[in-house]
Ligand binder design. Structure first.
Ligand SMILES: O=P(O)(O)OC[C@H]1O[C@](O)(CO)[C@@H](O)[C@@H]1O
Length: 562
């Protein structure tokens, strides 16, 4: 129960297991009755299918007509959403209920983009004024860095910003920085360091002048070993590079983004240089919080607010659009359909934009850390598949790498094809002209995946009979096409919110806690235990034979054996 006495699981306690729900069983029967679904037949039988199976949200147009579904499928999926109370849990999330049951936390990334006059309460306190206070501080700081008003220890202007963080404290801003490069100050470089492999920091520092470098240490907990290790090395580099400057130099070159003031202070960063956020912001949902500071410096506060507006547009849509036209709900349910009834194990996200080259990596954490769970919210093992493996890279590169498997392999891999009507202005006429070719590829891939090429069509081209099977494309590979106007800050916000809420819908249906991440803990604990074995040859109790042999071999290769 939360402070209001409401059910902490947002009404999910005691829920009938998904696969025993009549609505799930109705879908299973429907799937059996459908048998082989042929998209050619579905399109032939319904001239209006493309129009009917599309939805507009803000600047996004979603075509889901190339999915293996009928009106009945969609109706049954909506019934499943109703039976699993997706809307109830959604409202509980927006309201600030503690729907992250295993951590007892509210899940309020939506409050990060709420308008100033909104009221969102956690334990009776409106969190919105705090959100805007931090945004305003960030805007003030970002403006000073951009204008050259914030200077380093020697009085030099900041020319490079290095964000040190990992997971949700890296992937969002790193992805968005690349996505919005045309909107950035080109003479202010932003680099991202995440890996504890010293090579990452080494390369990021290459060629930098410490006097002109600002480090942003981004960590919700401020205890993440990778980030603290990198930040410590960066601090040492700075002080050394500044000719043995004293610790006061840190105040001009280090700021922190965190929920943990005491740890920030312990690290040696003045909390006056800390931009806070709150435990009700999950790491992978945090990039529109203070964690976005590096991005805000790069694109400026106004553009950052446009990004937040984009998020909010989709939040409002998700809260208010009817189920038939609710884009995140539809996308979530389609994934449930393929995971539950087609044994789809993975989901490809294929952006036809070079600027979105890190988009899928960002979604991997969003989706897989959220929905990679195997017990329900009450801790009972689930008997149904949960989150898929999410993967993909920008088209058209993927076409010349792994699309072969998408077209002719044996696996069911639903995919999202994401493209933009307009190329970015900066490209100039000649490069912008290439955009049509890029988009022709996107449309062609959706078409080929859906409709394939029959053996008769292959024969009609005069292909020798023995080659016909090799050149036949079965088709019926489902895709959603997301066609947006252009890759602007607002559109990026819309896209991310679309996926955030899609992931939410799936977690709600599958009855899992999409907001914890216990699965990352064991590896962290074991790494801490194994490290002394590598460095000092310490005995590690309970080390299995395989790992012990690997450790011994490693020490031998490092010349550390006695
Ligand atoms: O921001 P922090 O606390 O450094 O955590 C970084 C990342 O580590 C994780 O906790 C996983 O280990 C992610 O959920 C999070 O985004």
């Amino acid at each position: 129960m939360n402070a209001d006495g409401a059910d902490a699981a947002g009404g999910a306690a005691g829920r009938t297991p998904l696969d025993r729900m009549p609505e799930w069983q109705a879908l299973a029967r429907h799937r059996a009755e459908l048998g082989e679904v042929r998209l050619r037949a579905l399109f032939d039988g319904d001239a209006a299918r493309a129009e009917r199976y599309s939805v507009r949200v803000g600047d996004l147009y979603l075509d889901y007509s190339k999915h293996l579904v009928t009106d009945e499928t969609l109706a049954l999926l909506r019934e499943l959403a109703a039976a699993t109370d997706v809307a109830g849990l959604r409202d509980a999330m927006f309201r600030g209920d503690r729907i992250n049951v295993t951590e007892g936390r509210a899940v309020l990334h939506t409050a990060l983009r709420a308008p100033r006059d909104a009221v969102v309460e956690v334990d009776g306190e409106n969190v919105v004024p705090g959100v805007h206070a931090v945004l305003d501080r960030m805007a003030g700081f970002a403006a000073r860095v951009r204008d050259g008003d914030w200077t380093g220890h020697t009085g030099a202007r900041i020319r490079t910003v290095v964000n040190i963080g990992i997971g949700g404290s890296d992937l969002g801003p790193a992805m968005a920085y690349e996505a919005l490069l045309p909107y950035t100050l080109r003479d202010l470089d932003v680099r991202f360091v995440s890996n504890v492999d010293g090579a990452d920091l080494h390369e990021a520092l290459h060629g930098l002048d410490a006097a002109e470098t600002l480090f942003i240490v981004a960590s919700k907990t401020f205890t993440t070993i990778e980030t603290i290790t990198n930040a410590t090395s960066a601090k040492n580099w700075l002080l050394e590079s500044l000719g043995g400057a004293d610790a006061s130099a840190v105040a001009k070159h280090f700021v922190a983004l965190s929920t943990n003031g005491p740890e920030v202070e312990r690290f040696g960063i003045d909390t006056a240089n800390m931009f806070e956020f709150w435990d009700w912001v999950g790491g992978r949902y945090s990039f529109d919080s203070a964690i976005g500071l590096s991005l805000m410096i790069a694109i400026g506060p106004d553009r950052f607010r446009e990004l937040l507006d984009g998020f909010r547009l989709v939040d409002d849509h998700f809260r208010t659009a009817p189920p038939e036209a609710n884009a995140p709900l539809l996308l979530g349910l389609l994934g449930v359909w393929y995971g539950g009834f087609f044994d789809a194990q993975s989901h490809a996200v294929l952006p036809y934009s070079h600027y979105l080259s890190r988009f899928t990596a960002y979604l991997q954490q969003l989706d897989m850390e959220s929905n990679g769970k195997s017990v329900d919210r009450e801790g009972r093992p689930v008997d149904w598949d949960t989150g898929p493996v999410v993967w993909g890279t920008p088209g058209t590169n993927g076409q010349h790498a792994y699309y072969q498997l998408l077209h002719q392999g044996t696996r069911m891999i639903p995919a999202d094809l994401i493209g933009f009507a307009r190329p970015v202005d900066e490209l100039g006429p000649e490069l912008a002209a290439q955009h049509d070719l890029l988009m022709a590829n996107l449309f062609a891939q959706g078409q080929a995946l859906a409709f394939g090429k029959t053996a008769d069509e292959v024969r009609a081209e005069g292909v020798p009979e023995e080659q016909v099977p090799h050149r036949t494309f079965h088709g019926d590979h489902p895709t959603t096409t997301v066609l947006a106007t252009e890759l602007s800050p607002s559109v990026l916000g819309q896209l991310i919110a679309l996926y955030e809420h899609k992931v939410f819908v799936q977690g709600a249906v599958w009855d899992i806690d999409s907001f914890d991440q216990w699965g990352v803990e064991l590896g962290k604990v074991l790494a801490k235990r194994v490290e002394p074995a590598l460095t000092e040859g310490a005995e590690v109790a309970g080390l299995d034979a395989s790992t012990a042999a690997l450790v011994a071999r490693y020490r031998q290769l490092r010349g550390r054996t006695d």
